[in-house]
Design a protein around this ligand. Structure first.
Ligand SMILES: *Cc1c(COP(=O)(O)O)cnc(C)c1O
Length: 229
């Protein structure tokens, strides 16, 4: 089941890249494995997937004990400041940096262990009441502040688009995030790369790819629906 799902997702990614005239290599599929057992993750590893997205620090630590080998772990969920210390040296990207306060904590905890945090800035691009993320207008200024932290490297932007029935409804938000990325990139802020765009989930990753995503985060589409206790 999981392997067939993965093939289907891979095919759709490929087709979206072709429609957009993009190279498949520009897009990294993040298999979002939160709540899912390592046995299921093993199935996609056998198919060549190495990049996993998780939203809880504890779950990352537990799964890393079991799944060794050359995997890339991405923290995609809301991060509490008191959990940052446990993430040092554990993940290749933190996608969900949504405040200067959190960035300060990341700087402090990573500095203590002489490590650099590779991060994306989460933007609430549709300005939804219920969502984490910076407002688009404040994003550049916050990035300018974070750029001063020597143990943080900003690589780009991330968003969680609204839940919609028709993915076309999110196209405008993906376009806007892409524009924001390009705009901030053009400012050439020291210590800031604006080359990565994390957007698109199971319901809308094809549209996100057409609009410039470099990371798509697909959970349900690969592992099936999640059951929360
Ligand atoms: C759970 C989650 C996903 C994956 O969602 P699906 O709809 O299951 O693909 C992607 N991004 C974030 C931030 C998530 O928390």
């Amino acid at each position: 089941m999981v392997k067939e799902n993965l093939k289907e997702v891979e095919k759709r990614i490929q087709e979206a890249c072709e429609r957009a005239g993009r190279d498949r290599k520009e897009v990294t599929l993040i298999a979002v494995s939160k709540t899912k057992p390592v046995e299921m993750m093993q199935e996609v590893i056998e198919e060549g997937v190495v990049t996993f997205g998780e939203n809880k620090v504890q779950e990352i630590l537990i799964k890393q004990e079991i799944l060794t080998g050359n995997l890339s772990w991405h923290m995609i969920g809301h991060l509490q400041r008191n959990k940052v210390r446990q993430l040092v040296g554990r993940v290749d990207r933190i996608h969900s940096v949504d405040s200067l306060r959190l960035a300060k904590q990341i700087q402090a905890d990573f500095e203590k262990q002489n490590k650099t945090a590779d991060i994306l800035i989460e933007v609430n691009i549709a300005k939804e009441e219920s969502k984490y993320g910076l407002m688009p207008e404040e994003t550049e200024n916050v990035i300018r502040e974070i750029a001063k932290f020597p143990n943080i490297k900003v690589h780009g932007l991330m968003t969680i688009a609204p839940f919609v029935n028709n993915p076309e409804e999110n196209r405008v938000h993906f376009k806007n995030l892409y524009k924001l990325l390009v705009d901030i990139k053009s400012k050439n802020i020291d210590n800031v790369n604006m080359d990565e765009l994390s957007m698109g989930m199971t319901g809308d990753y094809e549209v996100a790819i057409e609009e410039g995503a470099t990371f798509v985060r697909v959970g349900t589409g690969i592992f099936g629906s999640r059951i929360y206790q």
